[in-house]
Ligand binder design. Structure first.
Ligand SMILES: C[S@@+](CC[C@H](N)C(=O)[O-])C[C@H]1O[C@@H](n2cnc3c(N)ncnc32)[C@H](O)[C@@H]1O
Length: 263
């Protein structure tokens, strides 16, 4: 028997919603730093559409004793305070499952980028640990953490901000999250690996500043050509490192292909 798929009244976004839903849990001393950005705009819509389920866990609830202590001084001396292992272990025990991938936000981690966002958007369950003060006891990392990720070479006061940035980049890649007004396909670091071309909206002329003619002419082939060349030019000017990365990865691919043929 052959299927007539047109009989099924399912739109692609509905199918996506059925199959792609990511559970996100954040362990933090500052739930409000997560709740507001994740409860706003597209992140809020992603939850309403059930593309994600978000859990925000207040580390203080797992603190020790009457004062719910979560931190202590570093062994061996040194500045500042560290997050103690017991509250973090208890918090992780309460949310982690076999399917969890546990991420520590940390300036010592590998740099978070668009490729990492794509990879993590395919996971079933992500848990973000947000550090505070001088960071977390190493035993938490050794026992629980699958990967440490950094936003860049600078130090933030708190990991919740980093977790929100990472979650935003991941969630917008999930099918059905972005509406028709946005697209995660043709944008910077997308399929071409380049920056997006400059963009304009109406009016065509404003205070003597004009939109390039080609964008107003309606010739889609010309517009695509213009965008491709502008994207290349803008990348060359603003992020030449991206072009270098592209060249070295294609050199690597041709050398791999050459070895395969020779072998
Ligand atoms: C003040 S920082 C700790 C810095 C740590 N003592 C060090 O020198 O590496 C407190 C927390 O903020 C988060 N954080 C700071 N900078 C970050 C970055 N660049 N990327 C991701 N998370 C960061 C981490 O969760 C970290 O544990």
């Amino acid at each position: 028997m052959s299927w007539d798929f047109s009989m099924l009244d399912l739109r692609l976004t509905d199918i996506a919603r059925i199959h792609y839903s990511v559970r996100l849990d954040v362990i933090t001393l500052f739930p409000e730093l997560v709740a507001v950005p994740m409860g706003t705009s597209i992140m809020r819509r992603a939850q309403q559409k059930q593309a994600i389920q978000l859990g925000v866990h207040d580390l203080r609830q797992f603190g020790l004793g009457k004062h719910r202590q979560v931190d202590d001084t570093p062994c061996g001396g040194g500045q500042g305070m560290l997050l103690r292992p017991e509250p973090l272990f208890a918090a992780l025990e309460s949310v982690a499952t076999e399917a969890s991938r546990i991420i520590l936000t940390s300036p010592a981690g590998r740099r978070f980028d668009q490729a990492t966002a794509h990879r993590l958007s395919g996971e079933e369950h992500l848990i973000f640990i947000s550090g505070h003060y001088e960071g977390v006891d190493q035993r938490v990392i050794d026992h629980w953490v699958d990967e440490e990720l950094s936003l860049g070479d600078y130090v933030l006061t708190n990991g919740a901000i980093a977790a929100v940035v990472m979650m935003d980049a991941i969630v917008r890649l999930l099918p059905g999250v972005l509406g028709d007004e946005m697209s995660a396909v043709e944008e910077s670091f997308g399929t071409t690996g380049l920056l997006e071309a400059p963009q304009y909206t109406k009016p065509a002329e404003f205070q003597g500043l004009s939109v390039p003619d080609v964008l107003l002419g309606g010739n889609h082939a010309m517009i695509s050509k213009w965008r491709a060349s502008q994207s290349l030019e803008r990348t060359r000017r603003m992020r030449p490192d991206l072009l270098q990365k592209k060249t070295s990865s294609s050199d690597q691919q041709s050398s791999d292909a050459g070895s395969a043929v020779a072998g």
